[in-house]
Design a protein around this ligand. Structure first.
Ligand code: 5GP
Length: 178
């Protein structure tokens, strides 16, 4: 199935997304209280969210980028997480903020949280996801911070792709099931 841009229904507008990011940033600024943070952007999907979010964070912050894949070209999670590039600096005693686009089954989030626990004794590890597709969860993982709960929809835009396309949309859209 092909997704055409004219078939997309808007789920969250650019304005709604940007307003939500400001809310999340406010919570994070209050939580970290000026402490140093390592913000870890999970590529490729979280690129738009992470870069917009960090612009509203006011603590000293370093950005890291890791690349995972779990979706392939299908509409549903493969159930297998691939670490394409997960090279990170020494995160012992650091505040780590993992930034994701969406939590679906929760397998990617679980993989990352386990990875952090196995490799580092961080000062804190928090997980922040713009979207939370709670109904599809296969793990007991919950994000510490999230933007919007969504139903079981395949969404694209604002970093989220369909076969590599639509990441550049300023809004988040979905296709109505026929
Ligand atoms: P999980 O491991 O939680 O099942 O899936 C996490 C990853 O699957 C996300 O980082 C994202 O790349 C991808 N994903 C999950 N749901 C969707 C969706 O509705 N649309 C798109 N484009 N990607 C999704």
């Amino acid at each position: 199935m092909d997704i055409k841009v004219e078939d997309l229904k808007v789920l969250f507008t650019e304005k709604q997304i940007q307003a939500k990011i400001k809310e999340i940033a406010k919570e994070l600024n209050a939580f970290y209280k000026g402490e140093d943070v390592y913000a870890i952007c999970v590529l490729k999907g979280a690129v738009m969210f992470a870069t917009d979010l960090v612009k509203s964070l006011d603590m000293p912050l370093k950005m890291e980028f890791i690349r995972l894949s779990s979706y392939g070209t299908a509409f549903s999670s493969t159930g297998k997480v691939n670490a394409v590039d997960i090279s990170l600096p020494d995160l012992n005693d650091k505040n780590v903020l993992i930034i994701e686009d969406i939590i679906d089954t929760g397998l990617t989030a679980k993989f990352l949280i386990d990875f952090m626990h196995c490799n580092f004794k961080t000062k804190s590890t928090k997980f922040c996801s713009l979207l939370d597709k709670k109904v599809c969860r296969k793990t007991d993982i919950e994000p510490d911070y999230y933007g919007f709960h969504i139903d079981d929809k395949f969404v694209v835009g604002y970093g989220l792709d369909y076969e590599g396309y639509y990441r550049n949309l300023r809004y988040i859209g979905y296709v109505e099931a026929k």
